[in-house]
Design a protein around this ligand. Structure first.
Ligand SMILES: [Zn+2]
Length: 634
């Protein structure tokens, strides 16, 4: 079974190492011992035994990290690098042209070398993906790729790794890896390919609960919940039943799954970086620690995250754009189809959140209004096509907030909501309700249930698969929506879905939770500014063409006063609301060492985007959000 699976993976990666005419080594095996006992001090220790021949051995530190779509391997945080052969120190040097390549002189007679290294894990709240803050005093997330070097010539799918792990006293752990031996001192995992190891992170900590979710029978699913203290980890029966429904709804949507079991490694901590990272059989989901106690955090930071990362097991891990299915960690990834990988996942994640009850229908509409409003405000769309936000993902993920709406951001996520809603409603309309994007998902992402596998696709494959569901001009649709400059956000899906994007003074719950959870004042649709909602009131962004822009307000500055009084979030919101009654809006800005006063020509009051029903068209949106379990038709 296993060797067959490995052969298939190689077949599916024709653009990987082997197809480049590089050396084609036989299966090789290395061992890796990781010691997390000093994780609370944010240093991870690692030892490896790597097969070698006398002469120069080239080793690689994983650089391009699957799911992060960028060269994010934290090579700068590697310390304590020492090599030995038969107990004697062996010299090494770094390739001056490639910071991730380490060259070791293997002495005569040696058949392996021992390597040790430490990963310096960043301090609390350091932002980023897996290279961001990953350990606190009471828990840690281990991404194996950060604590190993691999022989350059070995393809990750063919390299076998026997990994083991030591933890601080009383810590428990969760991972998709199978435990082979569990002793007092360390746990040994069954050998797996390097590819599977890197795809199988470990969540460890003092407070860790395993919650089985989903229906009985079939592949097991779990939420592995870790936090900074026991009292933060209470999952109420409603949330548990929504997670149960998520598993059911995903199975109904895709019709098959490509994992043996699935684990949400859900970390509740304010010390760690917050993000979600997908794997075939798990996801690394890191959220604020009070997420189960605070309804705003729960709606804004948790409800949609698990459906998104779960969807990736099908869309992203199993079906993967060819440019992202490189088969190793050194070859640059091409993000040109991230509007499918992430964009379709964002859409399906929102749909699954609605179908499983994690979002109410009103909250789900709020999510789409939010995306539509944000994409309308990103005026950089007059110069940058959506496709370029995907190609440039590796530089946009780290972009600052200032002039965000002019630069454009990783817009393929939120514009993906609008793009794929439009595709879904186009299919529904063309098929008069007999087919939908669900049928595409079954064809494209379903098939036979079984082991994790990668099946790469191209844009042509995507167009062909959509055409089998509905005979429409998909190539023309994507050309217009994705590859050409499109000054206005695409609202066709909302409209064809029987709703309209409207603006008014009432703030939808979804937007209010976003502001509270992120501690922001988001007035993009009215005054045209976004600021932090704290004592400093940093002006993060100014929307080009907005009243704030016309008044010359510079982003990256501090808002010092609103209408002559010290600025805070409530005063700013109230002052903007009062403009509707002919009030003035005068902002004092602290631009480094200089103060300046800006009068905004604006009388529109508060404006927030929401969806309003259009009675002249059928309500497809509500149909899309309805659970499939026990449902008749679409
Ligand atoms: Zn994603």
């Amino acid at each position: 079974m296993r060797s067959a699976a490995i052969a298939l993976v190689l077949l599916w990666w024709p653009s990987g190492l082997l197809a480049q005419g590089g050396p084609s080594p036989g299966p090789s095996e290395m061992s890796l011992q990781v010691d997390l006992r000093e994780a609370p001090r944010r240093i991870f220790h690692s030892r490896m035994r790597i097969p070698a021949r006398p002469g120069q051995l080239a080793l690689r530190y994983p650089k391009w990290i699957p799911g992060e779509h960028g060269p994010n391997g934290p090579i700068g945080d590697v310390a304590g690098l020492v090599f030995t052969a038969s107990g004697k120190r062996v010299p090494w040097h770094r390739d001056p042209d490639d910071m991730f390549r380490i060259l070791v002189e293997v002495p005569q007679g040696a058949s392996e070398i021992e390597a040790q290294l430490d990963l310096i894990s960043p301090p609390p709240e350091t932002r980023g993906f897996s290279g961001g803050a990953s350990a606190s005093a009471r828990l840690a997330v281990l991404s194996w790729n950060q604590v190993l070097l691999q022989p350059e010539e070995a393809a990750p799918a063919r390299m076998r790794v026997s990994a083991s792990l030591r933890l601080p006293a009383r810590w428990k752990f969760a991972t998709p890896l199978k435990t082979e031996r569990s002793g007092e001192i360390q746990t040994s995992f069954a050998p797996v390919s390097l590819e599977e190891l890197v795809d199988s992170p470990v969540l460890a900590g003092e407070f860790l609960h395993e919650i089985p979710i989903g229906p009985p029978g079939g592949a097991p699913h779990f939420v592995e919940l870790a936090g900074e203290s026991e009292d933060l980890l209470h999952v109420d029966p409603q949330l548990k039943s929504q997670w149960d429904a998520l598993v059911v709804e995903a199975q109904l949507l895709f019709g098959a799954h490509h994992y043996r079991s699935y684990r949400f490694l859900l970390t509740l901590s304010d010390d760690l970086a917050h993000f979600g990272l997908e794997h075939h059989e798990s996801s690394d989901d890191r959220v604020p620690e009070r997420v189960l106690l605070d309804p705003d955090l729960r709606l804004s930071r948790l409800a949609g995250l698990l459906p998104h990362e779960f969807t990736h097991s099908w869309n992203g891990k199993y079906r993967r754009p060819r440019g992202l299915a490189t088969g190793d960690y050194q070859k640059p990834m091409r993000g040109d189809l991230l509007w499918v990988y992430e964009g379709l996942t964002n859409y399906l994640g929102n749909v699954l959140a609605a179908r499983s009850g994690l979002f109410t229908a009103d909250q789900a509409r709020g999510a789409f209004a939010f995306s539509a409003d944000m994409m309308s405000a990103h005026r950089g769309r007059i110069w940058r096509p959506l496709a370029d936000t995907a190609v440039a993902a590796q530089i946009l993920y780290g972009a600052r907030d200032d002039w965000d709406s002019w630069r454009r951001d990783v817009d393929f996520y939120l514009e993906g909501d609008l793009l794929w809603l439009e595709a879904d409603t186009m299919i529904r309309e063309a098929a008069q309700g007999a087919r939908s994007l669900d049928d595409f998902c079954k064809r494209f992402h379903g098939g036979q249930s079984g082991m994790p596998a990668v099946e790469p696709y191209t844009l042509e494959d995507l167009v062909a698969a959509l055409s089998q569901v509905a005979q429409l001009d998909w190539a023309g649709f994507f050309r217009k929506r994705v590859f050409e400059v499109a000054p206005e956000a695409p609202l066709g899906g909302i409209e064809r879905g029987g709703w309209k994007l409207v603006y008014g003074p009432e703030e939808p719950e979804f937007h209010k939770s976003f502001e509270k959870a992120r501690k922001l004042v988001d007035l993009k649709a009215s005054a045209g500014v976004v600021a932090t909602d704290d004592d400093r009131m940093v002006i993060l962004d100014v929307v080009p063409g907005s009243p704030a822009d016309k008044a010359g307000i510079p982003p990256g500055t501090r808002l010092a006063a609103v209408n002559g009084r010290k600025a805070n979030g409530d005063r700013l919101r109230t002052a903007v609301a009062d403009t509707a009654r002919a009030g003035k809006l005068e902002l004092l800005v602290e631009n480094a060492e200089t103060y300046s006063t800006h009068v905004l020509e604006y009388k529109g009051g508060l404006r927030y985007a929401r969806l309003e029903r259009d009675g002249s068209r059928p309500d497809l949106l509500t149909r899309i959000f309805s659970p499939r379990a026990n449902a008749q038709g679409r």
